[in-house]
Ligand binder design. Structure first.
Ligand code: ADP
Length: 451
C-alpha cells in the first residue's frame, strides 16, 4: 500500500479522496493555488503545499510544481481526481519516470480513450455497439457531405479530443454542414489544440446511460451497473440517477456484461465509465472516461462499494473487491449537482457563502467542500456540492430528495437549488420519462412562460 498520497485536485473531489486515504490509514498531501489557501481540503490534509497562482494552468495543471510538491513531502503516489490532469497520459508517464504511482489506468489506455475516434474504433473491435458515423476524422480532402448523407441528417460534428460538451455542433440539414464543421473544428483547435473532427448520427431522443467498470489490470474486470445522466444542459450533466428508470434487468445485464468483457480483454486498470446513448432499446457507445466521475456516488450508494477507496487499493496492486456475482444493486440513488449559478440564466455566481446548512437524515449524503463563510473563487468550476440521496425504491428516493432539497440552505450566492426543487416535482421526472434534450426543452418552456 502507499504511504503518502498527494491529491492533485481541489474542491469536493479532493476532500472525497482525502476521506478514502484517511480510512486506509494513508497520509495525505493537499496542493492548492493561492486562491485556495483557506479551502477545506487544505485544512483537513496532513500536509499542504502551495503550487502557484489562481489560474489552473499555473497551479493545478503545473506539472513541475506538482513533482516538486511530491519531492518535498515524500509522497509516493498521486491521485488526480477528475478534470485537471486526470486524463493526461503524459502526466501518468512523467510520474512513473519519477518513481511515483499514478492512481489511475495505464497511460496507454488513457491515451487511447482520450482520442474519441480511436476509442470508437477500439469499442467496435471489442464488440461494443457504437453510434453510426464517419469511420474516422473527416478532413478537408474528404467528401464530408457524402459521408453525412450516408449517415443521414441531422448529424453531429464532434471533436476527436472533445470533452465537457465542447467542440460539438449539430447540422440539422445539408445547408448547416459546412458551418458546423468549421465551427466545431475551430472550437476544438482553440480548446484542445487538436482540430480533428468526426461525424455521428444525431440521435433525437436518446438517454445517456453509462456503465461503471472496475478492472485489476491483469484481466479481471467487473461492472457495477449503470447511471442515467440524461438530464443535461449544454451536454453537461445536471442530475444523475441509478438504476436507470428506462432499463430492465435483462438490458442492464447484457450491456454490463459486454463492458466487463471488453475491460477484461483490455486488461483495464482501475475505475472507468463506458458512456452510451440509449434509444429504442439499442445502446450506442459514445466515449469512455478513464477516471473517477463526478457522479460516482450514485453507484456507491446502490452497490455499497467505495469506488475511490477501491481505486487506491487496486492502484497499489490489490484485487477486485468482489466478483461479478457478488455485486448487488440495492435500491435507488439520485445525485443533484448544486452549482453556484443563477438558476435561470446559469450565470456563475461566485462569492461568499453567508449561511450554509446541509441537509441530513437517513439516506442523505452531501459531498461538498464548502462551509459557512467560504468564498467560492471565480477561477474554477462552479460546483457548490453534490446532494446524493438513497432510498429503497425510486419513489422513496424522490420523497427524500424533495425533503432534503427543501432543508438545504446556501445563502449569499445564487445556486441552482430552486431548479432542483422544481424538477423533483415535475411529472416527467417523477415518472422517469425524460431524454437528453428534455431539460433544455423544459428550461425553454419556463423562459417563455416568464418573459
Ligand atoms: P463530452 O466528452 O464533451 O462530454 P460526449 O461524447 O460524452 O462528449 O457527449 C456529451 C453529451 O452530448 C451526451 O451525453 C449527449 O447528451 C450529447 N451527444 C453526444 N453524442 C450525441 C449524438 N450522437 N446524438 C445526440 N446527442 C449526442
Amino acid at each position: 500500500m502507499f504511504d503518502k498520497i498527494l491529491i492533485a485536485n481541489r474542491g469536493e473531489i479532493a476532500l472525497r479522496v482525502l476521506r478514502a486515504c484517511k480510512e486506509l490509514g494513508i497520509a495525505t498531501v493537499a496542493v492548492h493555488s493561492t486562491a485556495d489557501a483557506d479551502a477545506m481540503h487544505v485544512r483537513l490534509a496532513d500536509e499542504s503545499v502551495c503550487i502557484g497562482p489562481p489560474p489552473s494552468k499555473d497551479s493545478y495543471l503545473n506539472v513541475p510544481a506538482l513533482l516538486a510538491a511530491c519531492e518535498i513531502t515524500g509522497a509516493d503516489a498521486v491521485h488526480p481526481g477528475y478534470g485537471f490532469l486526470s486524463e493526461n497520459a503524459r502526466f501518468a508517464e512523467i510520474l512513473a519516470e519519477h518513481n511515483l504511482h499514478f492512481i489511475g489506468p495505464k497511460a496507454a489506455h488513457i491515451r487511447l480513450m482520450g482520442d474519441k475516434i480511436e476509442a470508437k474504433k477500439t469499442a467496435r473491435k471489442l464488440g461494443i455497439p457504437v453510434v453510426p458515423g464517419s469511420d474516422g476524422a473527416v478532413g478537408p480532402d474528404d467528401d464530408a457531405m457524402a459521408i453525412a448523407k450516408t449517415i443521414g441528417f441531422p448529424v453531429l460534428v464532434k471533436a476527436a479530443s472533445g470533452g465537457g460538451g465542447r467542440g460539438m455542433k449539430v447540422a440539422q440539414t445539408e445547408e448547416d454542414l459546412m458551418l458546423a464543421l468549421s465551427t466545431a473544428s475551430n472550437e476544438a483547435k482553440s480548446a484542445f489544440g487538436d482540430a480533428s473532427v468526426y461525424l455521428e448520427k444525431y440521435l433525437q431522443k436518446p438517454r445517456h446511460i453509462e456503465i461503471q467498470v472496475l478492472g485489476d489490470g491483469r484481466g479481471g474486470a467487473i461492472h457495477l451497473g449503470e447511471r442515467d445522466c440524461s438530464l443535461q444542459r449544454r451536454h453537461q450533466k445536471v442530475w444523475e440517477e441509478g438504476p436507470s428508470p428506462a432499463l430492465d434487468a435483462a438490458a442492464r445485464q447484457k450491456i454490463g456484461a459486454t463492458c466487463a468483457k471488453a475491460m477484461q480483454e483490455m486488461k483495464y486498470l482501475g475505475v472507468g465509465t463506458v458512456e452510451f446513448l440509449y434509444e429504442d432499446g439499442e445502446f450506442y457507445f459514445i466515449e469512455m472516461n478513464t477516471r473517477i466521475q463526478v457522479e460516482h456516488p450514485v453507484t456507491e450508494m446502490i452497490t455499497d462499494i467505495d469506488l475511490v477507496l477501491e481505486q487506491i487499493r487496486i492502484a497499489a496492486g490489490g484485487d477486485l473487491p468482489v466478483t461479478q456475482e457478488e455485486v448487488v444493486i440495492n435500491g435507488h440513488s439520485i445525485e443533484c449537482r448544486v452549482n453556484a449559478e443563477n438558476p435561470v440564466s446559469f450565470r456563475p455566481s461566485p462569492g461568499k457563502i453567508q449561511q450554509y446548512h446541509p441537509p441530513g437524515g437517513l439516506g442523505v449524503r452531501i459531498d461538498s467542500a464548502v462551509y459557512q463563510g467560504y468564498v467560492i473563487p471565480p477561477y474554477y468550476d462552479s460546483l457548490v456540492g453534490k446532494l446524493i440521496v438513497h432510498g429503497k425504491t425510486r419513489q422513496e428516493c424522490l420523497m427524500r430528495l424533495r425533503r432534503a432539497l427543501d432543508e438545504m440552505v446556501v445563502e449569499g450566492i445564487e445556486t441552482t437549488l430552486p431548479l432542483f426543487r422544481a424538477l423533483v416535482r415535475e411529472p416527467a421526472i417523477i415518472d422517469g420519462d425524460y431524454h437528453i434534450h428534455w431539460l433544455e426543452q423544459y428550461l425553454a418552456g419556463q423562459a417563455e412562460a416568464k418573459p
